[in-house]
Design a binder for this molecule. Sequence first.
Ligand SMILES: NC(=O)c1ccc[n+]([C@@H]2O[C@H](COP(=O)([O-])OP(=O)(O)OC[C@H]3O[C@@H](n4cnc5c(N)ncnc54)[C@H](OP(=O)(O)O)[C@@H]3O)[C@@H](O)[C@H]2O)c1
Length: 279
Amino acid sequence: MTIPTTTLPSGTAVPVLGQGTWYMGEDSRDRAREVAALRLGLDLGMTLIDTAEMYAEGGAEEVVGEAIAGRRDDVFLVSKVLPMNASRRGTIAACERSLKRLRTDRIDLYLLHWRGSPDFAETIGAFETLMREGKIARWGVSNLDLQDMEELMDTPGGEGVQTNQLLYNLTRRGIEHDLQPWCRARGIPVMAYSPIEQGRMLRHPELRRIAERHGATPAQVGLAWLLRQDGVIAIPKASDPAHVRDNRAAADLRLDGQDLADLDRAFPPPRGPRPLEML
Ligand SMILES: NC(=O)c1ccc[n+]([C@@H]2O[C@H](COP(=O)([O-])OP(=O)(O)OC[C@H]3O[C@@H](n4cnc5c(N)ncnc54)[C@H](OP(=O)(O)O)[C@@H]3O)[C@@H](O)[C@H]2O)c1
């Protein structure tokens, strides 16, 4: 089975299951393993790769550059600019540095990593310049709460936003109250980061019980729970090839009504607005 896709506001279809890269590129002794894990993920159809200039201070982008060498056209590449670089000139310079490390001439989706002091107008202006120059194909944001999103939309060009990448998993459901419905109503997919809570949620007894019922792993249940929803893209990070295979198979796991009810009891949805959580 192929991995289902979701459609960005631009009309581009992207796979709902991709690969994260935080903590890759930290130690050169792990590099070959990390490159191999990403390549395995690409072979299995997880062709969306998420990285950032922040990760290992550019080291993760270098790992990605090596992993996608010779197969750039098969990959949907996401990277991010740090808020401290997100001025008009700073964004353009940061993007050019990222392109060098990624060894490519374009980023498919370039995100503002979180909100900083530059006005949205400056960053959007830089994103639009980068798009005209062909250095990025489209842009989005990360870690913006509802108020930020409304302000973004009121900024000229703000309607060009393609995604909001957010902390979202069974143990972090706050966005379900208002931010996720707001994004869904506008056709803006949410990219769920830390989709298995960096492994911390995997020992939860209810999650284990449901996993056993399906002959699956807790990580697969957590990912399948995200992926059953329209407009959600999950980007688990895995350097272990067994984890890569495990995560890929989550796209084929179907949870039933009983599973979803049990998960709601164990991981209750928000009852009211909550401040946006981030890692
Ligand atoms: N925009 C933002 O502010 C932001 C913040 C955080 C993360 N992100 C992005 O989202 C990506 C994912 O989030 P994350 O890396 O924080 O956490 P995560 O994907 O929830 O968890 C990664 C951890 O879980 C382990 N793991 C992966 N698959 C597993 C499986 N099937 N079974 C058991 N363990 C498994 C990995 O181990 P191994 O590596 O040993 O396989 C790693 O230790 C990041 O890599 C990054 O690209 C973005």
